[in-house]
Design a protein around this ligand. Sequence first.
Ligand code: NCD
Length: 318
Amino acid sequence: MRAMTERVPFPHRHLLGIEDLSPADIRMILDLADDAVVLNRAARKKRDVLKGLTQINMFFESSTRTSASFELAGKRLGADVMNMAVKASSVNKGETLIDTAMTLNAMHPDILVVRHGESGAVNLLAQKVNCAVINAGDGRREHPTQALLDALTIRRRKGRLHRLTVAICGDILHSRVARSNIHLLNKMENRVRVIAPPTLCPAGIDRLGAEVFHDMREGLEGCDVVMMLRLQQERMAGGFIPSHREYFHRYGLDEHKLSAAADDVIVMHPGPMNRGVEIDSDLADDINRSVIQEQVEMGVAVRMAVLELLAEGMEVAV
Ligand code: NCD
C-alpha cells in the first residue's frame, strides 16, 4: 500500500454517508482499496497500520457479509476488534442508543462501526462519542461502504467509473444501498436509472438524480451495469407486492429481461439474495455476467481502505 505521506489527508473524521464525500475522496478510497485487494490475495495478509487501535462493531440489525468483512478488515490491519452482541430494542430506541454510545465511549474505542435500523441513528451517535464512526447501514438512509465496494467492483470490471448507465432495480423504497449508490454514481458522472414497481419507488427519488422506470425491459435498455436489490420483507407490513411469483415475473432479473441491456452488462447484488424472487438463480451464479462474489471480495478491501484513512486522520490530529 502507498505510504501515507504520498497522499493528501482524508478530510473526514467519520464515514456517515456518500452524500458527504467528494469525487476526490471517493477516488482516494478506491485507489487504496485496490492496493488492499493485492494484499488480501497474498498468503500473509497482516499489516499493522491500526496497531494499538480499538475497533468496536455494533450491529443493531442482522448482517452477514458487512459485519464479517469489517471484522476481517480491522484484524488484517492489526486493530483490536470487538464485536458487540446487540439486538434492536423495541422500546425507546433513541435513549437506548445514546446510553449504549456513552457506555462504549467510556471504554475509549478509536473506531465504532455501527449498523442501526433507524435512519439518522448513526449520525446522532457520531455526535455523542469522541472517536471515528463508520456507518454500516442506517435504516433506509445510507450504506456508504456498500456503494464504495460496488464502485470498486464496477471500476475494476469496466475500467472506468464514469459515463456508464447503471440500473438499480427492485425494492428502492426500503433500500439504503440504492440511496448511497445513487449519490456515488451521480457524483462520478454516470447515468442512473431506478426500476421498481410504483409501490416500492419512493416519491421524489428522481430529485436525487435517477430516471424512474416501472418496466424492466424499458429501464434495462442499453445498461452497462444492473444492480438488483433484495425485497426487504422485514421492513414491509404487507401489501407492497401481489405475490413472489408475480414479482419475479414482472421485476425479477432473468435472461429475457437482461437481453435488453448492453452485451457486456454486469449483474450485481449486495446480498443476501432471495433467489427466484428478485433474481433468477442460474443468472446469479453465471460467472460470465454475475460479479456478486467479487463484490464480497471488494467489500473487505474497501473497508480496509476506509479504516486506514480514518486512522491516518487520528494521527494527524494528535
Ligand atoms: C444490504 C443491507 O443490509 O443494507 N446488505 C448488505 O449490507 N450486504 C442489503 C440488504 O439487506 O438487502
